[in-house]
Design a protein around this ligand. Structure first.
Ligand SMILES: [Zn+2]
Length: 370
């Protein structure tokens, strides 16, 4: 049934000239569009290429149409042109390779430069870290370095003072105490500490050992506050002001001269029996110390005019401080008022801490300075 319909449609089509003409027009339009597209495509390509292609096409056409009819002159011209083109192309390629080589060289140089820089930076960083490590090592060494200890066991009853290492905690503590006063006091600019000596831990059976025990018992387990104070006094020996100066010694022993107040205190502690009487005892019959090292230095009298001076460093049971009225003179005082542990008296030069019990004060060492 379908076939029959198609056939009848074809017949109808043949009979209709107007429809046929329309179909032909459409076909022509399609062809035109195709050609136009080809033309556009060609225009987009470089002229040279098109020329070459056209030339080739022409050649092909010529060869097709007139094989072997090419004139020698034309062939020669063509060859020449071709040769020239090839030459130019080769020159271009050569130029390009030169440029590429130059670029590669530049890149290599830049890479080398940055590698050099990176190496330099790495070296610097390494150096810095090395320096840092060295510093840390030095610091830790200074901290861990124990006070020079006696290799020989001290005979019972021998008093020995060991030089503190400058980085040790006790050294720093005492140093801070020395330079603690602002204004009229020792400063790091005005004074140089040459050495700090403290009692050797190897000591045993000495009068000082007994004093230490008594002091510890008196102050109890922190029930009475203690503080560093300085005591300046006369010396009749050159133990702490000798040549070579004290820093050359890792340990020193106080002398036994009765007239040497400095060594006597270091050997036996503060004794009430040794307190001299006189009007200079403004705040009574006690042991006078100062927080201001400069003030204590006023009582120092080195033997033989030595260049090095020595101050006794003490721990004093300050506890509850009784402040005396400015200008007060209490020559007969033998203790603080009830409820107080120490007295603080004012002189023109500064304040002084006074305790009246032998077990309320203990020497801990000596600061040697210039
Ligand atoms: Zn002495």
């Amino acid at each position: 049934m379908g076939r029959r319909v198609t056939r009848s449609l074809t017949a109808l089509w043949a009979l209709h000239p107007e429809l046929r003409a329309k179909e032909e027009l459409q076909a022509r339009e399609e062809r035109f569009e195709k050609l136009e597209a080809q033309f556009k495509k060609r225009r987009k390509r470089p002229a040279e290429e098109i020329e070459q292609e056209e030339g080739e096409e022409k050649d092909e056409e010529n060869q097709k149409k007139q094989p072997g009819l090419e004139t020698p002159k034309k062939q020669k011209d063509f060859d020449k042109q071709k040769e020239e083109l090839e030459k130019r192309e080769a020159a271009c390629v050569a130029k390009e390779s030169v440029i590429q080589a130059q670029e590669a060289a530049q890149k290599k140089l830049a890479a080398e430069q940055s590698a050099k820089e990176a190496a330099q930076l790495a070296k610097e960083a390494e150096l810095q870290s090395l320096e840092q490590r060295l510093k840390e090592k030095e610091q830790s060494l200074a901290k861990s370095q124990p006070a020079p200890t006696q290799l020989v066991t001290l005979a019972a009853g021998s008093v020995m003072l060991d030089k503190l290492s400058t980085g040790s905690l006790r050294y720093l503590e005492i140093q801070e105490a020395i330079f603690s006063t602002k204004g009229r006091g020792f400063s790091k600019k005005s004074k140089t500490i040459t050495a700090i000596y403290v009692y050797s831990e190897a000591m045993s059976g000495t009068a000082i050992n007994t004093c230490m025990t008594n002091f510890a018992n008196y102050v109890g387990a922190g029930s009475i506050a203690t503080e560093y104070r300085f005591h300046g006094t006369v010396s009749a020996c050159a133990t702490f002001s000798t040549t070579p100066p004290p820093p050359a010694h890792s340990a020193l022993s106080p002398c036994r001269a009765e007239t040497c107040s400095l060594c006597s205190i270091l050997r036996r502690g503060f004794l009430a029996a040794r307190i001299r009487t006189g009007s200079f005892l403004k705040f009574g019959h006690g042991f006078y110390t100062a927080k201001n090292s400069w003030l204590a230095d006023g009582y120092v009298s080195p033997h033989g005019g030595g260049t090095h001076r020595a101050l006794i460093v003490c721990k004093v049971a300050i506890g509850n401080v009784q402040h005396l009225r400015p200008g007060s003179s209490e020559h007969s005082r033998r203790s603080p008022d009830r409820g107080y542990d120490s007295v603080c008296g004012l002189r023109k030069s500064g304040s002084e801490t006074v305790v009246y019990r032998e077990d309320a004060i203990i020497p801990v060492g000596v600061v040697v300075y210039t």
